[in-house]
Ligand binder design. Structure first.
Ligand code: TXE
Length: 480
């Protein structure tokens, strides 16, 4: 049984409460580690440490900060296998996915922002030779980073890296459901020589230590990724305190497939965009809209491929889907399959818990599921399920597809499949989402603005957006 520790003021330590919470390995349904049950006391101590850390970190040169962050990136890469295995055990995802996506991206996040900040410039504005304005972009100070369980180290570092690169100090909270790689990152930060108090990682419950971070008056900005309802709650607390807020929330993303698509590419990519990470990626295309001319052909091929997508224990090299993250989440996802049937849907494949053999018999596995025959306004097509469950719906015209695609309260990502590039651009312009992929999915350039509209969040992460979120612009006007 591993008891993981908080990372506070440069050392690994228990929570003030001395109590722990169980952490379950979802592939076997058993407790395998414990996390500190941190609370307000720990946050108060972390803020004190961060205040001291800020004096050191914000006065270091960009290059010096960058070099330490590059060392962390190197250490993530040097510990790739250990981190990937830890991530797969903690989250339930296939080891291959953690190896190819989660851990490499965590290193990239540190590397990208460690170098981006060296090229982070600002503006000056000349007033006809009378005055000159210049803009300073200074670090905010102590910032809070709160992240979810679906891509644990990937999303944790996606927030921490730009915050640190711009000279801020961080109080970070990983999800209590997937704490392990954040803990391992703590050890790498110590090894890299990150000054004490600069990054503080506190483990515990969202409503306890998470809430304490959101509420602390000295934490001036909060970057959050998670559920829309939690995001709304955080906003309610932080807004009257005038904190800067970045909210990356849920999605219910449309995947629009026209008759004139590259059929094989659309099919193979739709398998990934539907079921990668067991459908637990906010960017997954959970509503598949297929134009009538190829609907039956696509549906048949999609169902056939899905029936053969192997659900297995995470270390199985053949696994296409692993376990979903927790028993609660498994039950939530399966409840939506029941709801879909009540709403008149037909389950074309999957729809049930998958019971594996032997030691994995108690793991949380769900068969990849495709459901057709639902109205686009029913709850199943309106609410985020966040599991290996998609609906498939035919459409006739471009207008029909857009009307259905835009009918949800979310607006995070979307995918368009057509070889008519004019139509692709026209649909992309009209779709209500922050991210549009045309004839591809999950292609990510870290310089691009990342985030959604409507109930998918507020603000953008990535590239300059992130560097600007974590700095305060100050305009100085000089009389000439
Ligand atoms: O998110 P939560 P969960 C969606 C998905 C999922 C739902 C809930 O639909 O089913 O959100 O998932 C911390 N103050 N997404 O439970 O609860 C919490 O401890 C401060 C989409 O993971 O939002 C965790 O660290 N913090 C999402 C983090 O917030 C609080 C990815 C996320 O937890 C808090 C994951 C509070 N009051 C889930 N309550 C995406 N967009 O990628 C909780 N937390």
């Amino acid at each position: 049984m591993i008891d993981i520790q908080n990372y506070l003021n440069g050392t690994l330590q228990a929570a003030r409460s001395g109590s722990y919470l169980d952490n379950v390995n979802p592939s076997i349904g058993e407790v395998y580690s414990r996390i500190p049950r941190s609370g307000k006391e720990d946050v108060d101590m972390a803020v004190e440490a961060a205040e001291e850390g800020f004096k050191v970190w914000s006065n270091m040169s960009k290059e010096a900060r960058s070099n330490i962050m590059l060392k962390i990136a190197d250490l993530i890469e040097a510990n790739h296998a250990k981190l990937a295995e830890a991530e797969s055990i903690d989250n339930g995802k296939p080891l291959k996915l953690a190896e190819h996506v989660d851990i490499p991206r965590a290193a990239s996040n540190f590397r990208f922002f460690a170098t981006a900040v060296l090229h982070f410039s600002s503006e000056s504005h000349d007033m006809d030779g009378q005055f000159i304005n210049y803009t300073l972009r200074n670090p905010i100070g102590i910032v809070g980073c709160i992240s979810p369980w679906n891509l644990p180290l990937y999303l944790f570092t996606w927030k921490i890296a730009p915050a640190l690169a711009t000279g801020n100090v961080v109080i970070a909270k990983p999800s209590e459901v997937t704490p392990m790689t954040a803990y391992l990152l703590s050890e790498l930060c110590i090894e890299a020589g990150l000054p004490k108090g600069v990054l503080n990682i506190l483990h515990g419950l969202g409503g306890e230590v998470g809430a304490a971070i959101t509420e602390h008056p000295k934490i001036k900005a909060v970057s959050f990724t998670g559920g829309t309802s939690t995001g709304a709650h955080i906003a309610k607390v932080a807004a009257p305190m005038f904190k800067k807020l970045s909210l990356e929330l849920g999605g219910k993303n449309p995947n629009i497939i026209f008759d004139d698509c590259d059929f094989d590419k659309a099919l193979s990519t739709t398998m990934r965009s539907s079921f990668a990470n067991q459908g637990q990626i906010c960017l997954c295309g959970s509503r598949v809209f297929v134009q009538r001319g190829i609907y039956e052909k696509f549906k048949t091929a999609f169902v056939e491929k899905t029936k053969h997508a192997k659900v297995s224990y995470p270390m199985d090299p053949e696994a296409k889907l692993g376990a979903v993250v927790s028993e609660d989440h498994m039950n939530k996802v399966l409840s939506y399959v029941d709801l879909a049937k009540e709403e008149g849907g037909t389950v074309l494949c999957g729809g049930k818990r998958k019971i594996l053999e032997g030691e994995y018999a108690n793991g949380y596995y769900i068969e990849p599921t495709i459901i057709e025959g639902l109205d686009h306004m029913c709850r199943t097509n309106q609410e985020e399920i966040f599991g290996p469950v998609v609906t498939i719906t035919p459409f006739d015209t471009e207008e029909d597809a857009l009307e259905m695609a835009n009918s949800v309260e979310y607006g995070l990502a979307s995918t368009i499949w057509t070889q008519d590039i004019t139509k692709a651009h026209r649909v992309a312009a009209k779709i209500e989402s922050g991210i549009v992929w045309i004839n591809c999915w999950l292609v990510r350039d870290l310089r691009t603005p990342f985030g959604g509209v409507k109930n998918s969040g507020v603000g953008r992460e990535g590239g300059l957006e992130a560097l600007r979120f974590f700095t305060e612009p100050k305009n100085v006007c000089v009389s000439l």
